[in-house]
Design a protein around this ligand. Structure first.
Ligand code: FES
Length: 155
């Protein structure tokens, strides 16, 4: 849903983000860098019996990227990996009561960072990895390396 102004719900998640931080014993860790603005989000997931039992995030980004990642952590907790994979950026924006058009890409950043954590989980277990996750992972690795070559510590 596209709206003109940030919703109260989005602002509330920005002011009081849920599940911020890292999981030391994570089963998957992901990162994504926005193609549009260069902002960065990282996700940590804990998975038991195929379900996401815990999740954390950190975002180096705008209010909408923080709100999107925050609400996404609430949306994926308790979901299976497959169910989490099916969450679309539109659902993240809708759950926040909509996002202004210039901020839609911020919900994509959260979704892509979660996808990269799922990639890492599947990779660690030697499970089949969907092609789109492999492509996203390879793309973000190039972007991370470019930043690190410039002396910027991303991780
Ligand atoms: S402006 Fe970069 S993620 Fe929102």
């Amino acid at each position: 849903m596209i709206v003109m102004m940030p919703s109260e719900k989005a602002l509330e998640h920005y002011r009081n983000p849920r599940n911020v931080g890292e999981l030391e014993d994570a089963d998957g860790v992901g990162i994504y860098i926005s193609d549009i603005c260069g902002d960065i989000t990282r996700f940590w997931i804990k998975v038991e019996d195929g379900k996401i039992t815990d999740v954390r995030f950190k975002t180096f980004g705008c209010w909408a990227s923080i709100a999107s990642a925050s609400i996404l952590t609430e949306m994926v907790k308790g979901k299976t990996i497959e169910e989490a994979r099916r969450i679309m950026k539109e659902e993240i924006a809708d759950a926040l009561g909509g996002l202004p058009e210039p901020k839609v890409h911020c919900s994509v950043l959260a979704d892509d960072a979660l996808d990269d954590a799922i990639y890492d989980y599947l990779s660690r277990r030697g499970l089949p990895i969907p092609k789109d996750l492999v492509e996203k992972h390879e793309k973000v690795r190039v972007a991370v390396k470019r930043l690190e070559d410039m002396g910027f510590k991303v991780g």
